[in-house]
Ligand binder design. Sequence first.
Ligand SMILES: [Zn+2]
Length: 249
Amino acid sequence: MTQKFAYLTIDDAPSPHMRQKVDFLLDKQIPAIFFCEGKKIEERPEPVIYAIQNGFVIGNHSYHHPAFSQLSLAECLVEIQQTDVIIEQIYQQAGIRLPVRYFRFPYGDKGGQVGNYPITDYHAEGSRRKHAIQQQLKDLGYRQPEFPNITYPYYREAGLLADADWYWTFDTFDWSVFSETPMYGITSLEAVYARIAEDKPEEARGLHFPHSEEIVLIHDHENSTEIFWPIVNRLVETGLQFKLPDELV
Ligand SMILES: [Zn+2]
């Protein structure tokens, strides 16, 4: 078993089951960052306040969860800023000072996918847009922690550690299990387990690779709550020890 540190990031919160997830993680002493959608926080603030008061970190995952490449730059800014205000307010309601500003793009779409270019390979217009949105984030105080122990060459070469937003090194594909458009045939918990067991560090399946920490992506979706518990348990059994970024400890 490879024991190593990892960061647990939970996207698309808050669902109606977020509070249960917080209790589960508390029981297991697993810290996590919930990347929340502004609109959902407005509709369901209680579990977000509960998470903050119990030491979890709330990040900004936009207001409506759009694909940023399909928005104008002005619309991108509204998505970020509206949610920024909501998160600031929810921390105030929780009676806790906002510790840091973290952002994750919906679908990992940094806004530069103009045309059929892969996520890390932009042409000129895409590159211009991507950098403009990165600047919007920086101007609002968003930044990624330093991750000196994320060592994957593909990740560094793509510039993912230099950006203001958080990306991920391992996607559990939990979202695919109950999706109408599953990817890579991942339609069962067993298929998620099989992905966790893979040993392909250069292809974003490196949980057994001892030389890099991981940023793990899982979701707070209502329809996949039943597989949230066993997936997190399996990640821990695999040897991941979850922690918060050093700047928060
Ligand atoms: Zn999302």
